[in-house]
Design a protein around this ligand. Structure first.
Ligand code: AMP
Ligand code: ZN
Length: 485
């Protein structure tokens, strides 16, 4: 490329402004993403958070930074309520399923990782598992306890008045806002939070450790501060999560980081532990924010069971800006699948071509526009239209086209150069008819039509429709049939 690369500008939730990315360590990008609490399956809303973090990581790599990305697995300490009351989500799931908390964690971690691979989310440099870091958490807590914490019967609490600018990151700070309710008796301020939770006398938890504040378990916020510091050093570059974390979890992490590092005002963003805090908005459905508390919820597996390729969901996410709410609908997902099919089919002819050096002005210009779009706070919606423009270019060297598509697809992660028509034809779970039967019936129908026996042709078509097959005569992409979802 001859054009100068666009500066990478990202929205920092802490300063509430777009900022040019300037790495803490030259040439590197160190990113920490809050990972799942592995007490249940993740819903597709949760997966939006990882598609966003992955797109950010891919963009940083595209911009030439050596990426070190950490995602944590929370396998202890996350309570059913944000106000330090309630059960540990892991212990509760273990009790209700008659399994150990360790088994629950292993099972849901594996399910989560499978969903990520289906979405072509790349593995982080390291998965940090909270229970592996408990001794470090105790050391961290010890170092801040005397100046910033106080003990109650139920554990060690962080006094939020001991750090400057507590809660600056949050947007929804109100006296009676979510999670601000004082549920633990004796707290000095409603927003004070548990660093260490003591196991109540006479009880035992499946997951508990000895500490200077009694046998118990770490607070959820402590975990991320400690794992971020241990793996990336502080300050690191970017901390990510969904916008719900902007309100409580991340302000609390920030307060701990300030305490640990003896830092002052958040006017200097680095005092928070990271230079930038980035948050993806929610995926919602008609009923509002997605939640796991209601029996059945939308999982990636359900989309696949209905015949949608998981990358159609990735594309659906990329069509919206990560800071906008995105409403899920089956129609929307269907449209995203069609768009993905078009892209894959249009890219197919370049697949076999030998990658060639990019000299064609049209491709060079498109790549420059692509760079500008993705560098503009990850404008994936525009980036998608540019990859479509590139795919549609006619009378162009196939090797160069392939090279340009590969660069763009490395950022968007849609596997355009490897997915096949067969991959995209995901079989709905409820389907009863096999592919061979469909092809055989369609062949008979073709013969009937050739013989102008339209009655027979219609009968065969009706048979297919009754078996859940949609016959797509004249489909511009040559997609003869699909199984109805
Ligand atoms: P959790 O397992 O609840 O800690 O959530 C994992 C990640 O998903 C966090 O970054 C959350 O902020 C994010 N998240 C939760 N619900 C949604 C949603 N409906 N849409 C987008 N992100 C979400
Ligand atoms: Zn976290």
């Amino acid at each position: 490329m001859t054009d100068a690369p666009a500066p990478l500008r990202l929205f920092n939730s802490l300063t509430r402004s777009l900022e040019e990315f300037q790495p803490v360590h030259s040439g590197e990008a160190r990113v920490y993403s809050c990972g799942p609490t592995v007490y249940n399956f993740q819903h597709i809303g949760n997966m939006r958070a990882y598609v966003f973090a992955d797109t950010l990581g891919r963009t940083l790599a595209f911009k030439g930074y050596a990426l070190r990305h950490i995602i944590n697995i929370t396998d202890v300490g996350h309570l059913t309520s944000d106000s330090d009351a309630g059960d540990d989500k892991m212990e509760k799931a273990a009790a209700s399923q008659g399994k150990t908390a360790w088994d629950i964690a292993a099972f849901y971690t594996a399910e989560f990782k499978r969903d990520l691979s289906w979405l072509n989310v790349r593995d982080p440099a390291k998965w940090t598992v909270a229970t592996d870091y408990v001794p470090r958490m105790i050391d961290f807590a010890k170092s801040i306890a005397s100046r910033h914490c106080y003990e109650l019967d139920s554990g060690l609490y962080f006094d939020v008045s001991t750090v400057a600018d507590y809660g600056r990151l949050a947007r929804a700070v109100t006296d009676d806002g979510e999670g601000r309710i004082e549920e633990v008796e004796g707290k000095r301020h409603a927003a004070d939070f548990a660093i260490w939770r003591k196991t109540p006398d006479g009880e035992t938890r499946q997951m508990e450790w000895d500490s200077p504040w009694g046998r118990g378990a770490p607070g959820w916020h402590l975990e991320c501060s400690v794992m971020g510091e241990a793996e990336l050093g502080m300050p690191f570059d970017i901390h990510t999560g969904g916008i719900d974390h902007r309100e409580i979890h991340h302000p609390n992490e920030i307060a701990q980081n300030q305490a640990y590092r003896g830092c002052g005002s958040l006017d200097c963003a680095e005092h928070s532990g990271a230079r930038m805090w980035m948050h993806n908005n929610f995926l919602i459905d008609r009923g509002g924010k997605m939640s796991k508390s209601t029996g059945e919820f939308l999982r990636l597996q359900l989309l696949v069971d209905r015949g949608y390729h998981p990358l159609a969901y990735r594309l659906m996410c990329l069509q919206a800006h990560y800071r906008s709410e995105l409403e899920f609908s089956w129609d929307g997902l269907g449209a995203a699948l069609t768009r993905l099919k078009r892209l894959v089919m249009a890219a197919a002819p370049t697949r076999e071509a030998e990658t060639a050096e990019l000299t064609d002005r049209r491709l060079v210009d498109l790549l420059a526009k692509f760079d500008a779009a993705i560098s503009d706070d990850l404008n994936t919606a525009v980036a998608l239209t540019l990859i479509e423009e590139a795919v549609a270019l006619k009378k162009i060297d196939a090797g160069q086209k392939r090279a340009a598509l590969a660069v763009m697809d490395d950022v968007l992660g849609l596997q355009l150069l490897t997915l096949s028509r067969a991959d995209l034809r995901v079989r709905p779970k409820a389907a009863t008819i096999g592919e061979d039967d469909i092809e055989a019936t369609l062949a008979r129908r073709k013969e009937a039509r050739a013989a102008r026996d339209f009655a027979a042709s219609d009968t065969l078509r009706d048979e297919l429709v009754a078996a859940g097959v949609e016959v797509m005569d004249g489909d511009p992409l040559g997609w003869d049939w699909r199984l109805a979802n």
